[in-house]
Design a protein around this ligand. Sequence first.
Ligand SMILES: C[S@@+](CC[C@H](N)C(=O)[O-])C[C@H]1O[C@@H](n2cnc3c(N)ncnc32)[C@H](O)[C@@H]1O
Length: 271
Amino acid sequence: MKDTELVGVQKTLSPVLRAKALDNRLPDPILGDEYAERTMRRLDPDYDQRRFGTSQLGLSAVVRAKAHDDWARGFLADHPDAVVLHLGCGLDARVHRIDPPATVDWYDLDYPSVIELRQRFLPPREHYTLIGSSVTDLTWLERIPGGRPVLMIAEGLVPYLTEADLRRLLTSVVDAFPTGQIQFDTVPVWAWRTSKWDPTLRKYGTRFHCGFNDPASPADWHPRLEYVDEAPMNDSPVLMAKAPANVRRVYRLMNLLPGMKRSTRIVRFRF
Ligand SMILES: C[S@@+](CC[C@H](N)C(=O)[O-])C[C@H]1O[C@@H](n2cnc3c(N)ncnc32)[C@H](O)[C@@H]1O
């Protein structure tokens, strides 16, 4: 199977994977994900041959991945008995990058066709389960052991959900576990509203379905849910330290435009 057999929003996993693969070829990578490079090469052997193939402008997506990894490592260090729900996992190798102890049970969830690709390209491991389902069909949650701390990670997923579906997801996760951390990224309302004209999303035949001007606002949906903080993305110190000079220049210019520094908001909640 190739990514040509993926449809619509499933195809959005490719540019993120390509960014991670290209990052790994920097002399001092931000994420340093060898799995991404190997998987990308198998998915598309010519991934670096096209017009924008060698561009590193996707590096902010790599910064996002690093922020999620850092938060996840912190949570798992404090909760070695946790259950991890990695939702909309695409072909991201987070479980291998983080390499949690055997006391952690990790679940990667995405559409069945994406999970099938994962099975071909990424290795299995102990205490690691793949779930092929839409995240909005919450019956998958019944398969997860409760009574333990939960870490929910949704990288690059939430803008593709409707607000109603996101709300049902978050409140169901909070109701199902005694304590936990929920981390995801969102876009502001302007990015959601204009997404129907976004050339990349149009190419994949998809668009965003929700956005938040106050990314802390989902905390209002459940009395136990509390907003913690936000990680920087387009102006992140690691991007400015490690991206090639031409890429840093583009981001510096872009960040002068209103709203661009926070065109994606990486946020963390706890309960
Ligand atoms: C932008 S990609 C991000 C992939 C991965 N998290 C990463 O950062 O590399 C979005 C992913 O969300 C998945 N996705 C979108 N809507 C979904 C849904 N309703 N249920 C399950 N997965 C979904 C897509 O199939 C895709 O793999």
